[in-house]
Ligand binder design. Structure first.
Ligand code: B12
Length: 417
């Protein structure tokens, strides 16, 4: 009997050991997989519903294996037809990676991006960190297409980052890490220059910067920067000084997914590769074939809470202390909207009640962005924009997704980045 008990205990211990090892490799368990599949279906189905061509969605679906071939075809064809000259370097880079992931030749888009990046310089010393997000995407795309020709551009970029990287947001540091990791991995054999030291040193700064933003619950930056940060930390040759617990991060993200926090197709495009163990560095290795993944049987992905019959009251303030001496304003209004409405409904109601609250939006990869309020418009050259806050805390979602609560005070503040 004692023998049998000992034997059973041993078996149990071995099983427990195996499952711990499997989890520490940081992948989504088979039981949780339907949540991830549900996200992917939501993202892929968004393609047919929108006229906006989002290359990040095509990259994500090709990296993880497309379910919806029609969506893949629509995006690939639309991106092939786009004229590269009209795009920013970040948009061009995403378009090149998206077409590469669909095994299409991006053609003249690569030399156009190369020329843009040869002329690139940071707008001013101490430029705001997000100014490096697009250029980081550009180095990543060029590295994947022709790493040797990209070396001089990447060296100049890395030297600039060395001075600035501590200012970076997690998103920007993550994309810069992916770009320089790509370069680091492709340094020509026998190269006399100390590229490895330069890229290695900058990568160490970047990952330390990301490491400092790992929260106790595992989220890196905020929930919407965590996907890119996970990609960066899982490929970089330099480890952050703060230890990263991948499994904790993954579990926290899965919790957020279950609460319906990933409704925005772009937010899904940025988290999905990490949930399926892929990164943007895998783009050149995607194998294209006629096959597609068998569409999964779906779980009920939480959809946005429907608006209810009861109303909530929100105080909405618009504030400009920046532009036009005789145009300065700080005005508040109280509006009542259906409980569960998105912030956009508050803005619309305020505009209906008082023409000072007139606003304009533009369509972007993350959805509608507020571009102008009371005739004061954002301006990229002046680095001005309308920032949204709840109380004093900046919102981490846009007006078309954020759901205000009763008695909340929302402010739109015209400010600079
Ligand atoms: C740079 C940047 C900005 C810049 C953009 C201007 C510029 N010229 O650089 C500024 C500072 C203006 C900005 C503003 C905001 N941003 Co921002 N931004 C970014 C960042 C770091 C990079 C975007 C980028 O360059 N992409 C590359 C280019 C090639 O793609 P693109 O599609 O052309 O990029 C455009 C859009 O991304 C758009 N954009 C930028 N931020 C946002 C936010 C929303 C909600 C929308 C609809 C569009 C939008 O501006 C870009 C340039 O034109 C991303 C990080 C990320 N992970 O994507 C966050 C990010 C997109 N921003 C975010 C947020 C929350 C905001 C704000 C709502 C913050 C606030 N409290 O006000 C505001 C928008 C408010 C409004 N007026 O509607 C979140 C969005 C999360 C979500 N679930 O919606 C992100 C993901 C950051 C994060 N990790 O939380 N942002």
């Amino acid at each position: 009997m004692a023998w049998l008990t000992l034997y059973l205990l041993n078996v149990l211990w071995a099983v427990a050991g195996t499952s711990t090892r499997a989890q520490s490799s940081c992948s989504v368990s088979p039981e949780q997989q339907p949540w991830v599949d549900g996200l992917q279906v939501l993202m892929e189905n968004s393609v047919a519903k929108s006229d906006f061509t989002n290359p990040s969605i095509l990259i994500a679906m090709n990296l993880v294996g497309t379910y919806n071939l029609e969506a893949q075809k629509i995006l690939t064809n639309r991106l092939m037809a786009i004229d590269g000259a009209d795009l920013t370097s970040g948009q061009l880079a995403l378009t090149i990676m998206a077409l590469t992931s669909s095994c299409r030749d991006p053609g003249s888009k690569v030399p156009i991006l190369q020329k843009k990046m040869e002329k690139w310089e940071p707008s001013s010393p101490g430029a705001e960190g997000s100014a490096f997000y697009g250029p980081s995407l550009a180095i990543l795309a060029l590295c994947q297409k022709n790493s040797e020709a990209t070396i001089p551009i990447a060296v100049r970029f890395a030297k600039t980052l060395m001075r600035e990287s501590s200012l970076f947001s997690v998103d920007t540091a993550a994309v810069a890490t992916l770009a320089l990791t790509c370069m680091y991995n492709r340094i020509p054999v026998g190269s006399q220059e100390n590229y490895r030291d330069l890229f290695g040193e900058v990568l160490k700064d970047l990952v330390d910067n990301i490491g400092l933003r790992i929260k106790a619950d595992g989220i890196i930056g905020d929930i919407y920067s965590t996907g890119l940060a996970m990609q960066a930390l899982s490929v970089t040759p330099e480890q952050p000084s703060t230890k990263w617990d991948c499994e904790k991060t993954l579990n926290m993200i899965l919790n957020e997914i279950k609460q319906g926090k990933f409704q925005n197709p772009m937010s899904i495009a940025q988290i999905l590769p990490s949930l399926k163990g892929k990164t943007y560095l895998d783009v050149p290795q995607v194998i294209c074939g006629p096959d597609h993944e068998v569409p999964p049987t779906l779980t009920d992905y939480p959809s946005p809470i429907p608006t209810s019959a009861s109303n909530i009251t929100v105080t909405y303030t618009i504030n400009n202390q920046l532009k036009g001496v005789d145009l300065l304003f700080n005005v508040s209004i109280e509006v009542s909207v259906r409980s569960g409405s998105v912030l956009l409904a508050v803005l619309e109601e305020a505009q209906r009640k008082n023409s000072m609250f007139k606003f304009e939006t533009k369509m972007t990869s993350w959805g509608l962005m507020v571009s102008s309020i009371n005739n004061i418009a954002e301006n990229a050259n002046h680095k001005t924009y309308w920032e949204f806050l709840s109380g004093k805390t900046p919102l981490n979602e846009g007006v078309a997704y954020y759901v205000p609560f009763n008695r909340e005070h929302i402010t739109a503040n015209f400010t600079q980045y």
